[in-house]
Design a protein around this ligand. Structure first.
Ligand code: ATP
Ligand code: MG
Length: 396
């Protein structure tokens, strides 16, 4: 058992001693059996939330309505969810209403894929009602039960299928794949935030090329924002050898680059996907830097504006696309720029105002920007006297 399970064992034992059932479930069981690192340990139990709260001194109500309580144990938080079924699916989304049950099989039946429907007791004993273990061996993603019905109930599961295929390097089982083709259009019913999360995880998986091919083959790509008219670009991305992306900025920058988007279009795309402002800014910068690398226009100014992190992201993509530089070379170029950040300039607005060189106002900002450019381009040294002299000339 992985250490994460060993640490959580006493929690399960406590619940069992009190006469309830408790199991590790979901992604952590799947990943343990496959042999990849796990991140969060999910626990499912026959005990109701109130019953769990009576067993442990420290708990947090994280989702009582849905049957989830977090138990704090030895500095760690464990989400414990009561066995439940989901009924009354409406609008192709997961229902808000859940029913607690005392039977593990009913809980496992509501889960999306056979590999995600495995439960493990504290003693290591596995419950596998849908041959999830066999599907792990065969490396397939297969819906629990009738795939048509399952995707109809919750259309997000289609994106999850593609995400797990990429994450694990598994194939989607033929009948499950057929159902996705049939119902891909239902993806538009799902809140974009949820689609976004699955898409980015897919792109950061082991086989994003396969994930993209699945999105193309099933037509899912047509039902996410701004992808419909970009089939050629998506195919180009899916053919990039050794495609491996390690953060969200890289994902969106590669897409923006291949889609041929300018900064306004990147902004538009990522607003549609409800991305965070920081991701949007970083993507605009990284895409611009990537183009500069491609066009051999990587000037000190471009390097300065990128900053080291975005420069490395851009070069990672440039290497994938076959025109990258050595990381070490770029790091050296970055270090050679006289200033790494604006606040390293040996002059600021306050000094210029106090020296009666400039009054507060828009002109002041413009002069500082010009001084910054001159320092980066090594036209003047980053020293106060030289900067003051230059400022005087510029202020005229
Ligand atoms: P990850 O490693 O990304 O956390 P995971 O399998 O744990 O993968 P979660 O989104 O954390 O995925 O969900 C936990 C479990 O809940 C899943 O393994 C699955 O059993 C169930 N589940 C999650 N989302 C759905 C869904 N949309 N439909 C049915 N079951 C789901
Ligand atoms: Mg999980």
């Amino acid at each position: 058992l992985p250490v994460e399970f060993k640490k959580a064992r006493p929690v399960l034992q406590r619940i069992e001693k009190a006469g309830y059932q408790a199991y590790f479930v979901g992604g952590s069981v799947r990943d343990t059996i496959i042999g990849v690192p796990i991140h969060d340990v999910d626990i499912t139990s026959s005990a109701y939330p109130q019953e769990i709260k009576q067993l442990f001194p420290r708990t947090v109500d994280t989702g009582i309505k849905h049957g989830t309580v977090m138990v704090l144990y030895h500095g760690h938080g464990y989400e414990i969810t009561t066995f439940r079924t989901e009924s009354g699916y409406q609008d192709y989304r997961r229902p808000d209403h859940v029913t607690f049950v005392r039977s593990l099989p009913k809980d496992l039946k509501r889960r999306d894929f056979t590999i995600n429907a495995l439960a493990m007791r504290e003693n290591g004993e596995v419950t596998d009602l849908f041959d999830g273990l066999g599907d792990i061996k065969r490396k397939v993603i297969k819906a629990v039960g009738n795939p048509d019905r399952r995707f109809h109930e919750d259309a997000l599961r289609m994106m999850r299928a593609v995400r797990f295929a990429s994450k694990l390097d598994f194939k989607i089982e033929p009948k499950t794949l057929e159902a996705i083709k049939k119902y891909s259009f239902l993806l538009t019913k799902i809140a974009i935030e949820r689609v976004h999360s699955e898409f980015v995880k897919m792109m950061m998986g082991l086989k994003p090329r396969m994930g993209l091919d699945y999105m193309i083959e099933t037509n899912l790509y047509r039902y996410v924002p701004e992808f419909k008219d970009q089939l050629d670009a998506l195919k180009r991305i899916s053919k990039i050898p050794h495609l491996k992306l390690t953060n969200e900025c890289q994902v969106w920058s590669l897409i923006s680059y291949e889609f041929g988007l300018n900064r306004h279009q990147i902004n538009h795309l990522l607003r549609q996907w409800k991305s965070a402002d920081k991701v949007i800014d970083d993507t605009i910068t990284t895409t611009r830097t990537l183009r500069a690398i491609h066009d051999h226009k990587l000037t000190p100014i471009v390097i300065f504006k990128a900053g080291l992190t975005r420069l490395m992201d851009a070069n990672h993509l440039a290497i994938l696309l076959g025109f990258g530089d050595q990381d070490a070379d770029l790091k050296k170029q970055f270090k050679q720029i006289p200033i790494a950040r604006k606040n390293q300039l040996k002059i600021n607005g306050g000094i210029l105002i106090k020296g009666h060189i400039l009054a507060p106002g828009p002109k002041l900002g413009q002069v500082i920007n010009q001084l910054e450019l001159m320092v980066i381009n090594r036209q003047i040294p980053n020293q106060e006297p030289a900067l003051l002299t230059a400022a005087k000339k510029l202020s005229k």
